[in-house]
Write a protein that binds this ligand. Structure first.
Ligand code: HEM
Length: 474
């Protein structure tokens, strides 16, 4: 029982302040949000201030819109908890049955840990990812070489299919398969991961009607992979996670791999597409040599304009707390909107008050505070992005969007916003050798065949066969 406000270190919400449940909320995920989320954020700010109540598939939640408040939520872990068990509506059984966004939150892994359990898990990541962090270790070097090789193979496949001058969807034909190949290699997966896994991750993230079964399928695959690598350790992230924490069960490790699969295949992939878009919308005729420094700066600009994790995962208030113009009650659900917070940075940038290089680096695309993307993961993502973007402009003398930028279709979920397509017309650089089609297949015009032995060496033949004859390994 409380004696009085002054003896209590924290205030409780005044009884007459509106509760989340008492407010009428507008649904966030509308067709307007799909096309132009910026206008939706602006309207919510005008109406409610830095924090707004919104509906997420029939469930009310607080959306945090201003940079200052977003940073406060990300940094203050004693108030803003990650464990879904803090969510009052869930604990009281008030969520709609099979609410599709719950499936992902029920997968307990590092992102949803608090305090000591969280710190120990970060330490495991720190040790397990270290070998891949830079190019000085054999694993780091090999991974970097592999990313470049996969990128080259995929451009080769594009050209074998569409010719030296042609049309391509750089999302479906380049970025997604590239990240799947990287994940297969990094995780030490004995069979190639297929696009089906990406579709299942989207079903989970976007709250599709079959989000539950889709989550179950990916978790099952990742748990089997954990068991496989436990019996046959290799030089891969899965094996190194087990080495760093031998107490991890197959199920626990499977859940961690599941979350990393999201970051690699959806988040990093979207960041690659967004960076490509940033370059493509700038220059119709793309220079061949985009220096590493330039790519890094372009990644930052793209992350600021279109952060792939637009609205970060839910936090739950540990106690009553004032945020913006509202009193958030203990156990309320809150989503910090990085995309909306970035509008504040863009406004500062365009007002010329701050040097533009400073404000692009203040972006929150990696998160902030105790749950921010681990430094080893950021390095890894940075290498993948720089290589993936760099190789495209190495191989293409010209590349231009075939749709005006404002007509590109986006996938706007409650968390992730990413391009559905990145359609371009390209022209290969003169020096690029394109492999011929496999024996027995018809030759495409303008495609220069390379000797059989060379194709074998580059590992392209197998990939081409799979692509052309649909013989995907199970
Ligand atoms: C450009 C690519 C990437 C971006 C933009 C990104 C962004 C983020 C963000 C925003 C968070 C914090 C989420 C939150 O607070 O709700 C995060 C956490 C995390 N990321 Fe990344 N990430 C990227 C790539 C990766 C990659 C490649 C990996 C691993 C292979 C990875 C592993 C992780 C892990 C393990 C966490 C959880 C950390 C924790 O909860 O303590 N990320 N990332």
């Amino acid at each position: 029982m409380r004696v009085g406000m002054e003896t209590h270190p924290f205030a409780a919400a005044p009884a007459d302040s509106p509760t989340l449940e008492s407010l009428s909320v507008e649904p966030l995920l509308t067709s307007e949000f799909d096309v132009d989320p910026g206008s939706v954020y602006e309207r919510l700010r005008r109406t409610y201030g830095p924090v707004a109540p919104v509906g997420l598939m029939g469930v009310p939640a607080w959306l945090v819109l201003d940079y200052r408040e977003v940073l406060e939520v990300l940094r203050n872990e004693s108030v803003w908890r990650r464990d879904v068990r803090h969510w009052r509506a869930r604990a009281e059984g008030r969520l709609p049955q099979d609410w599709p966004l719950l499936a992902g939150y029920e997968v307990r892994q590092t992102m949803f840990f608090d305090d000591e359990e969280h710190r120990a898990a970060r330490q495991t990541y720190h040790s397990a990812m270290r070998p891949f962090q830079d190019g000085h270790s054999p694993e780091g070097w090999e991974l970097r070489a592999a990313v470049a090789r996969y990128a080259d193979e995929l451009v080769g496949m594009l050209a074998a299919e569409s010719g030296r001058v042609g049309f391509a969807d750089l999302a479906a034909q380049y970025t997604r398969p590239l990240l799947l190949m990287v994940t297969t290699k990094l995780f030490g997966c004995p069979v190639e991961l297929s696009d089906e896994i990406v579709m299942d991750l989207w079903r989970m993230l976007d709250g599709g009607p079959d989000a539950g079964p889709a989550t179950g399928r990916v978790l099952g695959a990742m748990t089997r992979l954990a068991a496989h690598r436990r019996s046959r350790p290799g030089e891969d992230l899965t094996s190194y996670m087990l080495l760093a924490d031998p107490t991890l069960s197959d199920e626990q490790l499977g859940r961690e791999l599941f979350m990393n699969a999201v970051y690699l295949n959806d988040i990093t992939g979207n960041m690659v597409c967004n960076t490509l878009l940033e370059v493509l919308r700038g220059n119709a005729s793309v220079r061949r040599s985009l220096s590493a420094g330039q790519v890094g700066e372009t990644v930052n600009r793209a992350a600021l304009a279109n952060p792939p994790t637009a609205n970060l995962c839910f936090r739950f208030a540990a106690r009553d707390v004032r945020l913006g113009n509202f009193w958030i009650r203990a156990g309320d659900i809150v989503s910090p909107s990085v995309a909306s917070a970035h509008r504040d940075l863009l406004a500062i940038q365009s007002s010329h008050l701050v040097d533009s290089a400073i404000s692009t680096r203040a972006h929150l695309a990696w998160g902030a505070g105790p749950h921010q993307c681990p430094s080893a993961a950021r390095e890894l993502a940075g290498t993948i992005m720089t290589t993936a973007v760099g190789r495209i402009f190495e191989h293409f003398a010209k590349a231009e969007l075939t749709l005006p930028p404002d007509q590109l279709p986006w996938r706007s979920g409650p968390v992730v916003r990413g391009l559905r397509l990145l359609p371009v017309r390209y022209e290969l650089s003169a020096g690029v050798v394109v492999p011929g089609p496999p024996e027995g297949a018809e030759k495409t015009d303008g495609v220069v065949a390379v000797p059989e032995a060379e194709r074998q060496r580059s590992g392209l033949l197998g990939a081409l066969r799979r692509m052309m004859f649909g013989g995907r390994k199970a």
